[in-house]
Design a protein around this ligand. Sequence first.
Ligand SMILES: [Zn+2]
Length: 429
Amino acid sequence: MKPVPWVSVGAAGDARAGVLHLAGHEVRTPTFMPVGTQAAIRTVSPLHLETTGSQIVLANTYHLSQRPGEDVVKKAGGLHAFSGIKLPILTDSGGFQVFSLDKKEVTEEGVTFTYEVDGQRTFLSPERSMEIQQDLGSDIAMVFDECLPFGADRSYAQASVGRTTRWERRSKAAHTRPDQSLFGIIQGGFWGDLRKRSAEEIQEIGFDGIAIGGLSVGEGHRAMCDVLDDTLPHVNKTQARYLMGVGRPIDLVEGVARGIDMFDCVLPTRHARSGVVYTTTGRIRLTDARFRKDMFPVDTDCRCYTCSNFTRAYLHHLLRVDEVLGSTLATIHNLHWFATFMDKMRNSILEGSFESFRRRVHEIYPEDTSAKPVASYPAIGQGQGVKRSTNPSSAGPNKAGPKKASPAKTPMGSRSNGPAPKPPFKGRK
Ligand SMILES: [Zn+2]
């Protein structure tokens, strides 16, 4: 049976809160999808993944078709059975990876490219992408499109929009799996009229949801917002809208402010493995020497498995000696932080406080991503005007040991009575 599409449950301006129904799962939107390229979230088991509050994950068609091959996944009973991931899974079409390769030949039929692992010439087309994704058995498949490089000229972009529309029409014709949703993708580079044209053509074909592709290719925050402003007025309001490859906090909140429901990005998992973690007062790098004897949890406002059981000093140690558990614990925290961040954003839409939430994200995670000292700002999710009781010099070691999980004290799940955190970016601009 075809899954029921997205349903709105509230709005604040153009920002929307909704529910996406996927084969037995209800995904609350706006939502962030962690990336499990090889049908695994790197360093994290499905068991721990479920504790992070993540609701849906992304897997990569291009990589899985090469290794282990979709025939192996199909024989295992599909991606869920093969990987043990019980959450809904979205697969991309493979287009983004293929178009990021140097040696490729694009024709009306599809793309021929050299697989980077074994040097074999490989062919990907709308029909082939649908065949792979239907064998993988994801809950949401994506159409095969052409992802334009940043800086593509207008004449190429114009031709590409037409080709993408024809490829998406072929994708839909080749898609026959009734228990799998199919999302269309709007392209058009950085030209407003091409985005409008693509939006109209793609929606005319008719899909279960609409994605905006071709961003997160080096354009920067402002250009991303411009493309959304050019595109979204031409996208119907009744379907799920997915912004592909975008995941910085400021991009998430500005995407949601414009009416986006779904995001994916490698940022939280990739950053975690290098020791960079997100907190309600800014990003910190746990490998910095100042955390060597820091007996606070990663984020005093977080209730994840990592923050409930371990100190910054322990993670600092693990990451410095390259112990894989350091990456695991940091990844668990970051995924929990992103899931909670999206939940708080959703609640702010439902409770009428989205604009103050949005302002606090700009203060704590500004556009240039080099977070400034934020000790005087309220944590994201706390009520406006609630000052943190921050006194870093007297904070001292947490004699009670790592923070224990406790019930939420505010509607947004943020607690204000934990030990005062140290300013994470003291001495940095
Ligand atoms: Zn945590």
